[in-house]
Design a protein around this ligand. Structure first.
Ligand SMILES: CC(C)(COP(=O)(O)OP(=O)(O)OC[C@H]1O[C@@H](n2cnc3c(N)ncnc32)[C@H](O)[C@@H]1OP(=O)(O)O)[C@@H](O)C(=O)NCCC(=O)NCCS
Length: 169
């Protein structure tokens, strides 16, 4: 299996915020952004693995800034690390100023996808080799985040989470 780079899975989704997608403050509804991010990360996971992929976990979402109605929202998703059948997808979200085109980062999120066969059984997928400084930082932190996610979902005993223990040693 030939390894790939995060660039191979790069997925960019640009769309507007319409009135039906907002909360009572006329800002984008959180669940709507989660759905858009799920779509973008699903495409990135497919591009990396070339398999059927399912969302296993939403590990982290940080709604740093509100996104007003009418905003143009760009979501960028890339595979940051692969384990065996699972992969971490890192997402960055920006809005752009109508007049200047300057971008403001509004959100960051981390999803875990699993590649499966037609019966839903997890399958092994190619590894990813990070290239840029940021990709390398995200790769390095991914095992810690995976262990945290497994502990929180009851799939790993806290005492087995070596990466988390190392943080507090
Ligand atoms: C995700 C799913 C395929 C895992 O299947 P499983 O039979 O439990 O298989 P495994 O225990 O071998 O887990 C497969 C991989 O997922 C990882 N995984 C499972 N749950 C995870 C979680 N909460 N966080 C991080 N990784 C997780 C495992 O660590 C394993 O990774 P690896 O192969 O890279 O080491 C299965 O639980 C599933 O189909 N869930 C429903 C998915 C779905 O419908 N999503 C859409 C929701 S609307």
């Amino acid at each position: 299996m030939t390894a790939k780079t995060p660039k191979d899975s790069l997925t960019t989704l640009t769309d507007m915020v319409l009135p039906g997608e907002t909360n009572p403050l006329d800002n984008l509804f959180g669940g709507e952004l989660l759905a858009r991010m799920d779509r973008a990360s699903s495409i990135a996971a497919q591009r990396h693995s070339r398999r059927i992929v399912v969302t296993a976990s939403v590990n982290h979402v940080h709604f740093a800034k509100a996104v007003p109605v009418g905003s143009v929202v760009t979501i960028q998703a890339k595979v940051s690390r692969v384990f065996t059948s699972s992969m971490e997808i890192y997402l960055d979200v920006w809005i752009e100023d109508r007049e200047t085109g300057n971008r403001t980062k509004v959100n960051e999120a981390i999803y875990t996808f699993v590649a499966v066969d037609r019966t839903g059984t997890p399958v092994k997928i190619p590894q990813v080799i990070p290239e840029t400084k940021l990709e390398k930082e995200r790769y390095e932190g991914a095992l810690r985040r995976k262990q945290l996610s497994l502990v929180l979902s009851g799939r790993m005993k806290p005492q087995d989470a070596t990466e988390l223990k190392a943080l507090f040693a």
